[in-house]
Ligand binder design. Structure first.
Ligand SMILES: *Cc1c(COP(=O)(O)O)cnc(C)c1O
Length: 354
């Protein structure tokens, strides 16, 4: 990668590494020593540097706080047995980040800053990447508007940062999902496909209602009729109905890289795949008739989380036992081996940090 940005590294004088108990990592609460920091103003990215992780000040009028120009990404890096460091498909996250930026009228972040900066940050904090199988380094790039002006217009200044967290193995309980038929996550023409902060703020109230009713998550449906399945929480949905691997499609869902990866794998393995509208009625009919043999949420956090139960219009529908779900078990096994460098990377998904 040629570079127009020389990334200066300001190292911490006091690493926190020795204070961390890597056997009890809680997701998203321990941060590595350093962060990437970049500023955008006068229509250009100015300064890119790696600095000690820590708080910083912004104006109370910073427009992200008032009008919500704020986007992010979530990526994982893994350490192989031989110590090599690999980031899983970060090029896809970079593209999606800029798609989100465009929709929110924010500047794009060049590859050299997003990917080049990420590689350099991981080099600096490589000791923070856990090696134990199942654990990884969660990478969180994000950008927000910083102009101190209370007028609704695109900000003229932004910050782009990358912070990272070591995370342990993620054992996910099977999910009990509530089909949401009143609240809406995203509508056609809206921002559902972008990973912007507002999409999460609006999900919290309906999700709390679902939790109060004994569910784990909301299964979102289309805004117009509440008939078609979209996604659940912060993960996409994949079903096996008959012999076909099916995932909902459209501009209202967040196009997950885990989802894309799994569909690509299914294609390669010779399954029939379909990306299309899936009605809740079709799924319930399939559960009743026994044609639904697999159903799971797919996302970077847990890769695959099986769905055990679906609640719809006051009734509960039970899916087949989680053990013995052939497709999702095969996917998980393959991805676990691939991401720790145990099998050949025939797709070129592992980006090795030099
Ligand atoms: C991040 C996210 C996903 C999953 O995307 P991955 O790239 O697979 O991690 C799905 N839905 C929503 C709403 C998300 O924010």
């Amino acid at each position: 990668m040629t570079s127009n940005y020389s990334i200066q590294v300001e190292s911490t004088s006091q690493s926190r590494l020795s204070e961390i108990d890597f056997s009890t990592l809680k997701f998203g609460s321990i941060f590595s020593d350093h962060m990437l920091w970049a500023e955008y103003k006068d229509s250009a990215w100015q300064e890119v540097k790696i600095v000690p992780y820590g708080p910083f000040s912004i104006s109370p009028a910073a427009s992200a706080l008032h009008y919500g120009q704020a986007i992010f990404e979530g990526i994982k890096a893994y350490k192989f047995e031989d110590g090599s460091i690999s980031i899983f498909r970060p090029d896809e996250n970079w593209k999606r980040f800029n798609t989100s930026a465009k929709r929110l009228q924010m500047p794009e972040v060049p590859e050299e800053i997003f990917l080049g900066g990420m590689h350099k940050l991981l080099e600096v904090d490589q000791k923070w990447i856990p090696q134990k199988e199942g654990s990884s380094l969660y990478i969180r790039p994000f950008m927000f508007a910083t102009e101190d002006h209370l007028g609704v217009h695109p900000s003229i200044s932004y910050k782009f940062l990358i912070i990272t967290c070591p995370v342990g193995a993620y054992y996910s309980q099977p999910l009990k999902l509530k089909v949401e038929t009143h609240f809406t996550r995203a509508a056609e023409g809206g921002v559902g496909f972008s990973k912007n902060a507002g999409n999460y703020a609006l999900s919290l109230y309906p999700t709390q209602k679902a939790l109060d009713e004994g569910f784990d998550q909301v299964m979102w449906t289309d805004a117009k009729e509440h008939k078609y399945i979209e996604e659940a929480g912060t993960a996409n949905l994949i079903f096996r109905i008959g012999d076909t691997i099916i995932t909902p499609h459209g501009e209202t869902i967040l196009h997950g890289i885990t989802r894309k990866t799994i569909i690509e794998l299914a294609d390669k393995w010779g399954y029939k795949t379909e990306q299309r509208k899936v009605s809740i009625q079709e799924l319930i009919d399939g559960i009743k008739s026994g044609t639904v043999s697999d159903a799971f949420a797919a996302g970077t956090a847990a890769t695959v989380t099986p769905i055990s139960t679906i609640g719809w219009e006051g009734k509960l529908y039970e899916l087949p036992p989680v053990e013995g779900r052939e497709f999702s078990e095969r996917v998980l096994k393959y991805l676990n081996e691939l991401r720790y460098g145990k099998i050949e990377d025939e797709f070129g998904w592992n980006h090795i940090v030099k």
